[in-house]
Ligand binder design. Structure first.
Ligand code: B12
Length: 492
């Protein structure tokens, strides 16, 4: 059996980092971990080929080689996914679909032959059993959450690692919190399920053996969801593991209560984590209460962010505008908060209601839903009818985005961050492409860009005041360029 695993193309969005990746000549930020994990669960005798369409086009030869197609996607890939399925069907191939897009919206994809929904650890074995008997059903789904200590090591060798800026591994699934707008608990449950430290070390060893020395993203919904296992098992194992290794800095997603635990922050930094993404959402306490984001309420969020930065981790943040409690003052308050906290990568979106969330249910009852969400969370669209007048909301949103990413605010925000940040002891060896990226940034941002003065200010400030952080400063300047390209072309 020749099985073709296809990952459809991402549009050009905030997280695609397409404009930044050009500076280091990479094609995508991360490989499709879901498909590589599923591939490891397929019979060893099957021949497997991965086509990540963010790396290369799907060729006619791929389709004629294949006996069966497996496709995976998330919501933002909807358009490309529909095209891929149509091509496979016209080539006479059977299509098996799984992953979050299908788990939540499978009714939209009439041409798929078999849906293997939810987590493949549960639904793939019965599908494979039935397929062998020649009686595979249309849908396989499951409402319970498998033990991921049985999940195999992803088949990294299917991907051409050199095209990616970062690698991905997963330690846990699920999140103990209950934010009204988040679909993680409906997809993956409340109780964080963790892999064993031995599994994670095996996965890292696999990547290391393949020559990977760059960053690795722990794609957990909340890495600190099970603090005990993290502190007692995983972090000590990572600290030990990296003693004789070079490179491999980690980044991940956490909740803000990380800032309450200095010991945990120190251990994470020692283990190699240098960046964390936090759902900060809003500085407004009423909005936090409205969406049940208990973990963020009644705190000094700016101080929390700084504490994490001072412990050696950059904080990236997710922010939401458009809660029912938001008043017109929210726009300026979000800008002030983000500027002050030095969150350079601030993903600000309008409130959207993903299927499966309590928000979707509530707004449905109130008659305030407008179909599916786009999945591009910085395009200024939403699938809800907000309390605030839609025009004012859009205008305010545009103001926030334009202000935050204007060079005169963006570069000083980078400096605010670099002032606080404690540089990690572990460094990733700079390869030739990174050196070239410096020259490309000088050319594009320091010479061609009309607002080059801000680039040079950052350049020399870092060289004289924080020379150790110079490569990071250049990386962030390049991120700023990407975000400006996205905002210029996207925000309505
Ligand atoms: C890493 C990640 C990303 C990466 C993607 C990189 C990449 N190349 O894949 C980045 C950072 C780019 C990203 C961005 C976004 N993401 Co994202 N992301 C994740 C995250 C944290 C981990 C995904 C992952 O690798 N999981 C590990 C693997 C093993 O799990 P998996 O992919 O789900 O696969 C399992 C099953 O789904 C199934 N399966 C998967 N594929 C297939 C295929 C077949 C054929 C079969 C049988 C089974 C199967 O089997 C696997 C094993 O159980 C998830 C949350 C999560 N916990 O999954 C969100 C998640 C996938 N993202 C989500 C969203 C919405 C986004 C964004 C669109 C918006 C946002 N809020 O950030 C952006 C937009 C992207 C863009 N370009 O603009 C949603 C998707 C919801 C949906 N209905 O599609 C999730 C679920 C988070 C959430 N809160 O809802 N994301």
């Amino acid at each position: 059996m020749n099985v073709l695993l296809i990952y459809p193309e991402f549009p050009d969005t905030f997280w695609s980092f397409k404009h930044a990746l050009k500076f280091i000549r990479k094609k995508a930020s991360l490989p499709p971990l879901g498909l590589m994990t599923v591939a490891a669960m397929l019979p060893a005798a099957w021949d497997k080929r991965l086509v990540d369409m963010n790396i290369r086009k799907l060729a006619e030869e791929d389709l004629s080689w294949a006996d069966l197609v497996f496709v995976s996607a998330m919501v933002v890939q909807r358009e490309s996914t529909l095209q891929v399925i149509a091509r496979c069907k016209s080539a006479g191939l059977k299509v098996v679909a799984g992953g979050p897009l299908f788990t939540e919206e499978h009714e939209q994809f009439k041409d798929v032959d078999h849906f293997v929904l939810n987590e493949a650890e549960r639904t793939l074995p019965p599908f494979l059993g039935d397929l062998e008997q020649g009686q595979a059903k249309y849908i396989y789904s499951s409402s319970d959450f498998p033990d991921i200590r049985q999940t195999p090591v992803p088949l990294w060798e299917l991907a051409d690692l050199k095209h990616y800026a970062s690698m991905a591994i997963q330690y846990s699934r699920g999140c103990p919190f209950d934010c009204e707008f988040c679909n993680i608990t409906s997809l993956l449950g409340h109780r964080p399920r963790v892999k064993t430290s031995e599994q994670i070390i095996r996965e890292l060893d696999g990547l290391y053996r393949l020559g990977w020395r760059g960053t690795v993203f722990f794609v957990d919904d909340n890495l600190i969801g099970n603090k005990r296992h993290l502190k007692e098992s995983l972090l000590p194992a990572l600290i030990e593991w990296r003693k004789d290794k070079v490179g491999l800095l980690f980044n991940t997603e956490v909740s803000i209560n990380l800032a309450d635990d200095q010991e945990l922050m120190d251990m994470m930094s020692e283990a190699g984590f240098d960046t964390v993404f936090v759902g900060v959402e809003t500085p407004d306490n009423d909005s936090l209460a409205e969406c049940n984001k208990k973990q963020n309420q009644r705190r000094d969020l700016v101080e929390d962010v700084r504490r994490i930065q001072r412990s050696g981790m950059q904080v990236q943040g997710g922010f939401i505008i458009g809660f029912d409690s938001d008043t017109p003052s929210i726009f300026q308050r979000q800008i002030d908060f983000i500027q002050k906290s030095g969150i350079v990568t601030a993903m600000v979106g309008l409130l959207q209601a993903p299927i499966g969330t309590r928000l979707y249910e509530r707004l449905g009852k109130e008659g305030r839903l407008l179909g599916f969400m786009s999945g591009d969370n910085v395009d200024g669209t939403t699938n809800i009818i907000p309390k605030m007048n839609m025009d004012s909301l859009r205008k305010g949103y545009k103001l926030v985005i334009n202000t935050l990413y204007a060079p005169k605010n963006f570069y000083p925000r980078v400096i605010t961050f670099l002032r606080e940040y404690k540089p990690p002891r572990i460094t990733v060896p700079l390869d030739f492409q990174h050196v070239l990226a410096l020259f490309r940034s000088i050319f594009r941002l320091g010479i061609l860009d009309r607002e080059r003065i801000h680039y040079w200010k950052l350049f020399f400030w870092t060289l004289f005041r924080r020379p150790q952080l110079f490569p990071l400063a250049i990386t962030l300047a390049i991120y700023g360029y990407h975000f400006r390209q996205i905002m210029d072309t996207h925000v309505l």
